[in-house]
Design a protein around this ligand. Structure first.
Ligand code: NAP
Length: 226
């Protein structure tokens, strides 16, 4: 069965990705910051290998790549992300920008660079970035989110650039918005459960080809304007 690597797999959408892929018989490399405290992840049954990675620390990403050297990764899901501190108009904690950008943009970007040999060895050869509607300049309908929105727009640009750089290697890079989902980040009253959103994203991912590289999709499978 194929191997998927998921970041932020100790809770929320990442945990659900790990659960669903493991239940389908995939080998899951489940990354989180603190494996010791990842009790929900440890309870996932199937072939799950838990690995530590802190996305704001380039050395942590390099260490992960070193540990995984020679292993095939068919599908990389850059799921981990943060909302950040206060960020409404006139009330933005500017000091949070660095952490938000390093977590949501530079970390996922470095993961693809570090794990490219693993992806090239795989059969699916796809890197998925979990983005957000807040990163779509073309469709965003309300203000605010002055740290998170720009970080997801920047992540989208990274995905587009990677799709162009990696096309010759046969590796696809795609951004997906998961919808508004009931997680710690999404809160209560969201439109979708993690089961629904991840189920939709898995169906979308299963149908992707190199032709779809460089696109930004909703979890329901339609393209979203950048
Ligand atoms: N939920 C929504 O409605 C929604 C909507 C649009 C987009 N998204 C996106 O979907 C993805 C998953 O969100 P979620 O709702 O599952 O969020 P969540 O419940 O808050 O979980 C976030 C995950 O990311 C991990 N993480 C954060 N910063 C990290 C870092 N620097 N290094 C490594 N791991 C880090 C967290 O680890 P710790 O437990 O160690 O903090 C946690 O596992 C995110 O990229 C988010 O922006 C979510």
């Amino acid at each position: 069965m194929p191997t998927v690597l998921v970041t932020g797999s100790n809770r929320g959408l990442g945990l659900e990705f790990a659960r669903q892929y493991a239940a389908d018989g995939w080998r899951v490399i489940a990354c989180c910051r603190k494996p010791d405290g990842a009790d929900d992840l440890k309870a996932v049954t199937g072939e799950v290998q838990i690995e530590a990675v802190e996305l704001i620390d380039p050395a942590s990403i390099r260490d992960l790549a070193e540990r995984l050297k020679g292993e095939t990764i068919d599908l990389l899901i850059n799921n981990a992300g943060v909302l950040g501190p206060a960020q409404s108009f006139g009330d933005t904690d500017y000091s949070g920008f660095d952490t938000v950008m390093r977590s949501n943009v530079l970390g996922p970007m470095a993961m693809v660079e570090a794990l490219l040999p693993n992806l090239e060895a795989g059969g699916i050869k796809t890197a998925v970035a979990i983005s957000s509607g807040w990163g779509s300049i073309g469709t965003v309908g309300s203000g605010g989110r002055y740290l998170y929105g720009p970080s997801k727009a920047a992540l989208n640009m990274v995905v587009k650039a990677q799709s162009l750089d990696l096309r010759d290697k046969g590796v696809a890079a795609v951004a997906i918005s998961p919808g508004w989902v009931e997680t710690d980040m999404g809160g209560e009253g969201a439109d979708f459960t993690p089961e629904q959103s991840v189920g939709n994203m898995r169906a979308l991912i299963a149908g992707l080809s190199l032709e779809d590289s460089g696109k930004f999709y909703s979890h329901k499978g339609h393209e979203i304007p950048w």
